[in-house]
Design a protein around this ligand. Sequence first.
Ligand SMILES: Nc1ncnc2c1ncn2[C@@H]1O[C@H](COP(=O)(O)OP(=O)(O)O)[C@@H](O)[C@H]1O
Ligand SMILES: [Mg+2]
Length: 240
Amino acid sequence: MSAASVCLRVTDLAVAYGHIEAVKGISLELQAGEITALVGANGAGKSTTLLALSGLLKATRGTIEFEGEDLSRLAPNQIVQRGVVQVPEGRAILTTLSVLENLQLGAYSRKDPSGMASSLEEIFHLLPRLKDRATQFAGNLSGGEQQMLAIGRALMARPKLLLLDEPSMGLAPILVQEIFRTLVAINQGGLSVLLVEQNVRQALKIARHGFVIETGRIVLADTGARLLADPRVEAAYLGG
Ligand SMILES: Nc1ncnc2c1ncn2[C@@H]1O[C@H](COP(=O)(O)OP(=O)(O)O)[C@@H](O)[C@H]1O
Ligand SMILES: [Mg+2]
């Protein structure tokens, strides 16, 4: 791994809820332009990690460097402006607003309102179902479409690094495939992706590199392909 292509470097990150340390000093590096997976069981500390990267939780220890800049002192909106944008767990779309209005909200932190129209066009190209449903209430979308909308909304902020918290959650396998194909297409445009998943097999299939987290610690780090073939991953996460 060449140091020049690292976009995010997390070093000894710890995050606590009160006295309970949920993330216990993790270190990871993300290569620019890659899909990286952070996988692990329920309660392992995946969401806590993402919330710290987004500035929504403060680290008790460690550093988070994005493109060489320390993010840990920045407010969440400043982190979005640097290009680190999260698709939250559970999608968090606004059901009483239209699809288009939800997308427009994603651009709130942008300083180039004139660029919004072309972003919208790109997103409709990538996610054509959103275009068909642009004027409908977001609440009327299916679960898969709502996840697409959450991704589209994050793209409206023009991220350099997209953070996703379990985008496959609650979706039928065919929709999971569709979401993951979309992530591959987004990544092919050059965007770096950090994909948090309990769907370990599917996530590692599309990830160049992956990290396995257990009770707040990184226990394995390798290429996605090697992790998929690792008997420890097989035994713990793939029903082997
Ligand atoms: N708001 C909270 N207050 C207290 N403990 C929490 C809170 N959120 C998560 N935790 C605990 O932190 C640990 C990690 O949780 P989380 O990061 O949500 O895991 P994951 O996303 O991998 O399922 C778990 O033990 C969980 O119970
Ligand atoms: Mg979670």
